[in-house]
Write a protein that binds this ligand. Structure first.
Ligand SMILES: Cc1cc2nc3c(=O)[nH]c(=O)nc-3n(C[C@H](O)[C@H](O)[C@H](O)COP(=O)(O)OP(=O)(O)OC[C@H]3O[C@@H](n4cnc5c(N)ncnc54)[C@H](O)[C@@H]3O)c2cc1C
Length: 405
């Protein structure tokens, strides 16, 4: 465990530092945040903007280093190590934010009646509990002797392992041509690797982008050397004398040194579910981020608010601001601004703001030499969503303003 302060544990209870005595004495005031990703730390910072003194303990299974997860998929070409991506240690965060940060401490159970969480170090009593647990990579389900070696990159430790695995290697197969798969493909090819991408859809990001935009992205990456395998899925990965043999559903085989799975993430719900906290795709919460259980809240990739799980940075920022207000005495429902998804593919960047599900109207797609502009309007010509690629992404802010108006 690596902390700036000793843990405030109950019934162990003994704290060696005066700074956390108040937390031990008034557990009903204690806010416990589980998770040190962007959601957990952003919430902590937002709480501190409003209240310098309310006791907060942040418990995390990892080392608690602060980093921006979106950087994981565009750090290779920039030559960044995992250590370089971490902008502050857990100790620094604890000191700066006047909080207790318990690292390498996994929460294994929540007793919602007694308002206590169980960790490997003991129990912690909470007044308010916030689950900021993130999401897990979806298991790839591949067969074969090399399947256990397939990597996924979802945190700093994964990124360090991935960098270690590709060191001195050349051929990388990426499974999945969604946002994360495309970003890694661009980064890897830019860093000099030979990249194959296996994707079930007929073009990348097919649920977000119309075909014209998706094809333009695919073509731009192909021009850099990415080899696409559309309409295909991986079946097995066999360890071979010199790397791996990735066999696809049509029998085609790709030789690879490293296989990276980027087929998607799913919210971490098991801890909540076991505790009887209602879950659907994510941990279910209302607009106050309150779960179906008293004094338990959820935020970030793990939460589903009114049926919507939005695993991106902008939503979690809005959630953190609203929840910090609620937890410090001003109940505030979360409200989202227009939030375009940005795909970090320098070969051909993409900005997409999909229209609301079931929106009437249709797409008007214009393809220029250097980019695609697709606008979704309703019957009266009002803009409801857009997809911009390449040079057209420069229009993003103006279109966001138009939609907001
Ligand atoms: C490669 C990649 C690129 C991305 N690019 C973008 C982008 O360009 N733009 C964008 O908007 N979004 C992007 N995203 C998504 C964005 O990064 C996430 O939405 C965001 O980082 C999620 O933060 P989080 O705090 O909810 O989860 P996480 O960062 O996953 O944090 C979860 C935390 O919970 C802890 N934890 C989990 N279970 C327990 C437990 N039982 N006990 C204790 N601690 C526990 C973990 O250790 C971790 O500290 C990207 C994601 C990835 C993977």
């Amino acid at each position: 465990m690596h902390t700036s302060l000793s843990p405030t544990l109950s019934p162990l209870g003994e704290s060696t530092l005066a700074g956390i005595k108040e937390q031990t004495l008034s557990p009903n005031r204690l806010i416990v945040i589980v998770g040190s990703g962007l959601a957990g730390y952003t919430l902590l910072k937002e709480i501190r903007k409003r209240d310098a003194a309310v006791p907060v303990t942040l418990v995390t299974a990892d080392d608690g280093a602060f980093y921006s997860k979106p950087n994981l998929s565009n750090a290779l070409a920039a030559g960044k190590t995992a250590a370089a991506l971490a902008s502050a240690s857990a100790e620094k965060m604890a000191t700066e934010q006047n909080a207790t940060v318990l690292t390498h401490t996994r929460v294994t159970a929540i007793d919602t009646q007694r308002q206590r969480i169980t960790t490997g170090q003991g129990e912690i009593a909470y007044g308010k509990l916030v689950l900021a647990l993130g999401a897990d990579p979806i298991p790839h389900g591949l067969a074969g002797s090399g399947a256990v070696d397939v990597l996924a990159v979802n945190d700093l430790a994964d990124y360090a392992a991935f960098r270690g695995a590709i060191d001195g290697k050349k051929r990388i197969t990426v499974l999945g041509g969604g946002l994360i798969g495309c970003e890694f493909a661009n980064d890897l090819v830019h860093a000099g690797f030979a990249v194959d991408v296996v994707h079930l859809g007929d073009w990348p990001l097919e649920r977000l982008l119309p075909i014209e935009a998706g094809q333009r992205l695919a073509d731009s990456l192909a021009m850099l050397g990415v080899r696409w395998h559309f309409g295909r899925s991986g079946k097995s990965v066999e360890a071979a004398a010199n790397g791996y043999r990735v066999v696809l559903d049509n029998g085609e085989a790709i030789e690879a040194d490293v296989v990276l799975s980027a087929i998607g993430l799913r919210p971490r719900t098991q801890l909540a579910q076991t505790a009887g906290i209602p879950v659907g795709r994510g941990i279910q919460a209302d607009r106050l981020l309150q779960t179906g259980t008293a004094n338990v809240y959820a935020i970030g990739d793990c939460v589903e608010i009114e049926g919507l799980n939005l695993p991106y940075v902008q939503p979690l920022m809005a959630q953190a601001r609203a929840l910090a207000a609620t937890l410090t005495g001003a109940p505030t429902p979360v409200a989202y601004p227009a939030m375009p998804v940005m795909v970090k593919t320098p070969a051909h960047p993409v900005a997409a703001l999909p229209p609301k599900a079931g929106a009437a109207g249709g797409w008007n797609v214009e393809c220029g030499d250097t980019g695609v502009c697709a606008l979704h309007t309703d019957g009266s010509g009002r803009l409801q969503g857009f997809v911009l690629t390449g040079s057209e992404t420069g229009r993003r802010n103006a279109l966001v303003r138009e939609i907001a108006a």
